[in-house]
Write a protein that binds this ligand. Structure first.
Ligand code: I3S
Length: 110
């Protein structure tokens, strides 16, 4: 994962591994895999995502024009935060694309 814009302002890419959790209307990025909740290890600071975005109104696109990597998905949120997700497994990225599209479409209908 790399963030490429914050509030419409372009950021320098910084690719790194991320644990990505789709929960409700949010997509959350963790540095470490979150322990299964409820867990005594689930301390407030330890469980805080590195970043989290509201998917309402977000746009998804193939990221081929934004990266030389294969299987890249571009996410742009309403406040102008932009992310690239990449997986070596095409099927994994397709699954992410489908899951995110389903949430965004559900939110569009509300
Ligand atoms: O879109 P860019 O600028 O070609 O992205 C590459 C750079 O971020 C590069 O770092 P430097 O800014 O230090 O050159 C990264 O190492 C590359 O991974 C980025 O390109 P890809 O195609 O991997 O997204």
């Amino acid at each position: 994962m790399t963030k490429i814009a914050q509030g419409g302002r372009k950021l320098r890419k910084n690719w790194g591994p991320s644990w990505v959790v789709l929960a409700g209307n949010s997509l959350m990025f963790y540095r470490e895999p979150p322990p299964p909740a409820p867990s005594p290890l689930w301390a407030p600071t330890g469980s805080r995502p590195e970043s989290s975005v509201d998917l309402r109104g977000a746009a998804l696109a193939h990221g081929r024009h934004l990266s030389s990597r294969r299987n890249v998905l571009h996410i742009r949120t309403v406040p102008g935060h932009e992310f690239l997700l990449q997986s070596d497994q095409e099927t994994e990225l397709r699954a992410w694309h489908r899951a995110l599209r389903a949430v965004i479409e559900r939110l569009d209908r509300e």
